[in-house]
Write a protein that binds this ligand. Sequence first.
Ligand code: P6P
Length: 334
Amino acid sequence: MTKRISLTQHLIEQQRLHNKIPSELRLLIEVVGRACKSISHAVGKGALGEVLGSAGSENVQGEVQKKLDVISNEILLEANEWGGHLAGMASEEMETIHPIPNRYPKGEYLLMFDPLDGSSNIDVNVSIGTIFSVLKAPEGMTTPSEQDFLQPGTRQVAAGYAVYGPQTVLVLTTGDGVHCFTLDREMGAWVLTQRDMQIPEDTKEFAINASNARHWYPPVKRYVDEMLAGSTGPRGKDFNMRWIASMVADVHRILNRGGVFMYPADAREPDKPGKLRLMYEANPMAFIVEQAGGAATNGDQRILDIQPEKLHQRVAVFLGSKNEVERVTGYHKE
Ligand code: P6P
């Protein structure tokens, strides 16, 4: 039986190799990992845990909150606020940043998360997940303002996601490759199951919500139409389509077998640059995708280079197999 490497052992070995995971960051990642185990447990109960359905409230995005959205957010807040590794947190489910209560010590990291991504899938038993991003707080800053969170994605020191699906997996990068851990439910342990995940540079699979086709701008319409034309069209090969409506699940498929994921801006709301949020969805996923040899743009520039202006700002997303992202981004520039 091959030696099983735990999340803790992996992080300690990565620290020895790259000296980029100080103990406080290792603690942060392990605490988030423990919180994701708790969320997986709550999600897995479904109707038996009376955790399905609406919470009867709305989040800052004006979206109806599911009970599990609120539960997952609480799990992440409670798991992280006492450890002394954070200066503050921010969540898709909370309008403003969440300072660390005065009764606890403060640390040097900022943690942002979408506690449960893909909420529309919760009640119908389709994979959902948690996305998180880690930044450093300004030197010596223990009471950060929202402005202190508004750093470009290139400043992330770690990013990851969990997928609560047939398996529960945790995918993580600290800037030295992308590694995947599978939850051993009997032991309650994250076990390293994939090292250095790499996204193939080419693909025959794309992900987009095609019901919005009539609203797409010309570059997206051209790109998708060429793929739909398949072997008889300019691409000279047939393509397949997937749309899970859980970004974590679509991205995990792309990390494993390639593909291109798109959530573009469209004519439905010309002032809205797409649906996905920069700070805790697009940035962490872009960091992971680039670390796995893929690419991630907003149709104009690298997502990681975008200077954030608002905590919950949205951004168009094209990410995945490098050559496909470069092609669709190139169409935007023509
Ligand atoms: P649509 C889930 O709500 C989410 O934020 C992403 O996880 C997912 O890719 C997208 O929205 C789905 O959006 O418009 O297809 O429901």
